[in-house]
Design a protein around this ligand. Structure first.
Ligand code: ADE
Length: 367
């Protein structure tokens, strides 16, 4: 086959893929809140929420977020605490901190609008290649790809890429193909088409090939590889840690509890919690709590009855969190390794944003 024939075939396949997948999208797409009245701000919020998070989980958060912060200026003027409170439970809290930071930068530098192109978007906090590509294409019609996990899987199958699409050569191949595939007339719809197709038809496990509008063009299907591609790295088991949390009261006051705010950067940054931390080797759980509270807040506590045990998986590790009722013995709290601290009543806890694990401690306190 000559080069010209090859490229004609490729062009033909690209056009067929675009036409049939877009047709499928216009017919079968879900009616999602961010697909109604669209604006760059709404596209941005939805795309950030949808990273690592299922559509069904995102919908109520998206609606509440837009109610709380209807415009980019509202978001920029809000306090980080208020933004985290609305985000509470959605996870990956760096996304909320970055949204807030980026909104402030957009007010300073772009008159309260999103910049309208991929390169400027990429310069803002929280915008990686995916988010910049998704917002630039969907909100501004720029002809750029947006490659997320769905798109990697779809391309790995359609083009039978047999190396890992997460890194190295396979990832470059996916990026190049995704760039070639973008529909120049409908770049935003194309971005959503590939993602929707990955979410509804080209599923991670058991892809729905009989319902696929491009099954005859899919190289993985032709070669019986639809269930093996993309190749998966063998998963190592996640490390596990024992973690403690103290529900501290003062000797003369059963009403108020001590909560601490996590430092702004890093995991769960800016959220409030019952202070504590990771158990070290050869340390008992009460010893761990007394040490952590001394290091973080400079006070001595007595560790009492266990309150609740919570198991939780994060992206890179798992924990068992042991919460204890505790009493302050001496000292006044100081923000040594925490951003802030407060004595609060059970009712006041509601106004602070906590990680999921600490929400379970609060639930146990209410019982
Ligand atoms: N996942 C990421 N972006 C999405 C979108 N715009 N619609 C549905 N799911 C998505």
């Amino acid at each position: 086959m000559s080069d010209t024939e090859f490229s004609t075939d490729q062009t033909d396949k690209t056009e067929q893929l675009r036409a049939r997948l877009l047709d499928w999208f216009y017919r079968d797409r879900r009616n999602l809140p961010w697909r109604g009245e669209i604006s760059p701000y709404r596209v941005w919020i939805s795309e950030v929420m949808l990273q690592q998070t299922q559509v069904v989980t995102v919908i109520p958060y998206y609606e509440r977020f837009l109610e709380a912060f209807p415009t980019l200026t509202d978001l920029a003027l809000a306090s980080l605490d208020d933004v985290l409170k609305v985000w509470e439970g959605l996870g990956y809290y760096a996304r909320a901190r970055n949204l807030h930071n980026a909104a402030r930068k957009m007010v300073e530098k772009w008159d309260g609008d999103l910049p309208d192109n991929y390169v400027d978007l990429l310069s803002l906090p929280g915008f990686g290649h995916y988010t910049a590509g998704a917002v630039a294409s969907i909100a501004f019609g720029e002809v750029v790809p947006a490659v997320d996990g769905n798109v990697k899987r779809v391309i790995a199958r359609l083009f039978a890429i047999e190396s890992s699409v997460k890194q190295g050569e396979g990832a470059v191949q996916v990026q190049n193909i995704a760039t070639e595939l973008v529909d120049p007339q409908q770049p935003g719809d194309w971005t959503e088409t590939l993602i929707e197709f990955g979410a509804l038809i080209c599923l991670p496990r058991s892809p729905r090939c009989p319902d696929c509008p491009v099954q005859d063009l899919c190289q993985a299907r032709q070669r019986g590889l639809e269930n093996t591609l993309p190749v998966r790295a063998s998963k190592k088991p996640l490390p596990h840690y024992d973690v403690t949390a103290a529900v501290i009261r003062r000797p003369d006051d059963d009403e108020r509890l001590l909560i601490a705010q996590r430092p702004p950067d890093g995991m769960l940054g800016g959220l409030w919690e019952f202070p504590g931390g990771k158990r070290q080797l050869d340390e008992s759980l009460p010893e761990c709590l007394r040490r952590e509270i001394r290091e973080e807040l400079g006070v001595e506590i007595e560790v009492g009855e266990p309150l609740v045990t919570v198991k939780h998986s994060y992206t890179h590790f798992k924990i068992t969190l042991y919460a204890y009722h505790c009493r302050l013995v001496s000292g006044d709290p100081q923000a040594l390794q925490v951003a802030d601290w407060r004595w609060v009543t059970l009712a006041e806890l509601d106004t602070y944003a906590f990680p999921r694990t600490d929400e379970k401690i609060i639930k146990a306190l209410h019982q």
